[in-house]
Design a protein around this ligand. Structure first.
Ligand code: SAM
Length: 225
């Protein structure tokens, strides 16, 4: 999978060199490129924002600069994700859907966000005909300072679903949100007693059917079933 992210703070993406995502890049499963939006400006101040039409507080990110940055990334079958608190809420279903994409492009806003025409422009028929999809996505009902953290959240949730990223693919089979409303059972490891607290007896029984039944009962209780 190819991933591009456009931002005015490329350093925010340093964690992508770590852990499973770092390894997946070394193994060629993932190719991630971070682009500095300011490199696509044409003025001495490298300005990416301007005052909003209609008035109001704050600054809006300029469509021209975003267009220059995004045009070269818009290859056929790309998914352009515009991060905004006003977008559709990201969840495990969307992560699964996006894990089937061959190319994700994250547009990370700052200030009051990105000029609305950017999303409209790349949603036009001529792009749709090339399999290019535009989505406005929010990672939750709160407002962040910028889209970088949201892109990191999405990249981690999506890429761990790709074959070869997680060491043991069985880890993905029985985990929270694998189905709507499913929450995983609690997990324990050694020692058997810690600070006077014992592991549930059933887990020591060796009776796999009984353990599976207990786990699904606990999982259902957690999910409110
Ligand atoms: N004025 C915007 C509004 O009220 O909807 C908020 C802009 S926010 C301060 C700046 C940028 O942070 C947004 O353009 C977006 O890229 C990102 N952002 C903030 N909250 C987000 C969220 N919940 N999900 C995704 N991106 C978010």
């Amino acid at each position: 999978m190819d991933i591009d992210a456009v931002t005015i703070f490329p350093d925010y993406f340093a964690p992508l060199q770590l852990s499973l995502i770092g390894k997946a890049q070394e193994n060629g499963i993932l190719d991630i490129a971070i682009h500095d939006l300011r490199e696509f400006t044409d003025d001495n101040h490298h300005s990416v924002d301007d005052t909003p039409y209609g008035g109001g507080a704050g600054m809006v990110m300029k469509a021209e600069v975003w267009g220059e940055a995004l045009d070269p990334l818009m290859t056929p079958n790309s998914d352009l994700i515009i991060l905004t608190p006003a977008g559709r809420i990201f969840d495990q279903r969307m992560a699964e859907e996006l894990a089937n994409s061959s190319h994700l492009i994250f547009a990370c806003g700052r200030y009051e966000g990105i000029d609305a025409r950017v999303g409209e422009y790349y949603s036009q028929e001529s792009f749709a005909e090339q399999g290019i999809k535009v989505r406005e996505v929010s990672i939750g009902n709160y407002v962040l300072g910028g889209g970088e953290v949201a892109a990191l959240v999405m990249i981690e949730a999506i890429t761990r679903l790709l074959p070869g990223v997680i060491g043991n693919p069985d880890s993905l089979v029985e985990e929270s949100h694998v189905e709507d409303g499913f929450l995983e059972y609690p997990n324990y490891t050694k020692p058997q007693t810690w600070r006077g607290m014992a592991v549930p007896e059933i887990l020591l029984s060796g009776n796999h059917a009984a353990i599976a039944k207990w786990r699904s009962h606990i999982a259902a209780t957690r999910a409110g079933g």
